[in-house]
Design a protein around this ligand. Sequence first.
Ligand code: AMP
Ligand code: TRP
Length: 336
Amino acid sequence: MSKQRVLSGVQPTGNLHLGNYLGAIRNWVEIQSQYDNYFCVVDLHAITVPHNPATLAADTYTIAALYLACGIDLNYSSIFVQSHVCAHSELAWLLNCITPLNWLQDMIQFKEKAVKQGENVSAGLLDYPVLMAADILLYEPDKVPVGEDQKQHLELTRDIAARLNHQFGSPEVPVLKLPNPLIRKEGARVMSLTDGTRKMSKSDPAEGSRINLLDSPDEIAKKIKRCKTDPVRGLTFDDPNRPECNNLLTLYTLLSGKTKEAVAAECQDMGWGQFKPLLAEVAVEALKPIQQKYKDVMDERGYLESVLREGRQKAEAHANETLRKVKAALGYSMPV
Ligand code: AMP
Ligand code: TRP
């Protein structure tokens, strides 16, 4: 029996942070050997908000290199760039024409991002989830591992696929396969270091709110030293009045590899002055091998390019076949 398939992606906007790592990429790495995996750098999504053309390509390579540095293994996985496979844009157009406008207007992430953009909201920002649906549906994945914030987009993807199947397929022969989200409880929502009620985010203007995977040990220690805490002594998980405490203990648990029970016991009598250096130390240690591997990959540009070229070829073969199926179902025909 062939392996089930996995697809996921990250936008090349800025640096990856611990939320991206613990919520998404680390989980990809953990499960990759059981699946046939496609991991995409979604650079077409990166221009749905104002972007800098001078850094887009470099940011895209950075993310691809970080995938490798975090442990994506080419024996199990392909890494490719979304804009290299034209089928993504083309399927997005086809899906646009069957997606009701109000489904998109209801998306939480659109509403949040639109507020931040003020007057400058592009049609692309509204359309973002349709492009994401195209990314996913082209590869007919069984599972899509993401952080909690992408759940609504995955539900929309299923709704769009079901609608297309209903309108253009038959119950016996669906055109598109419905994917399932894979959202792990631990790490699914890493919170900001400066506000434990908001998620850690690339777009937060406060640099101190996140730890980036490529931050130096000094930067990591400084950010943790300055992060928001509370005046209570003794650290506990799951106290709704102490969101920062829960977040920092969760980070410590995930980065140290200890169990939640062990961490709860270890930290129950600690004060912040004792805990923060411990957290800084495990964060630095956890990121050290990733940073080293990242440097090695970036030093070999030719290798990275060959990884992306191969990834593109494999992705294209699958994507073009799905696109052909969808176009045929919608009534398109082209002489060969
Ligand atoms: P993005 O940075 O929006 O491209 O997100 C890439 C992946 O990281 C997605 O699977 C997100 O769900 C996940 N992610 C982003 N921020 C967080 C966070 N603060 N906690 C957990 N997962 C996150
Ligand atoms: N929207 C996702 C995010 O911000 C990124 C993304 C784009 C994605 N296409 C995807 C994730 C396909 C999973 C599968 O995190």
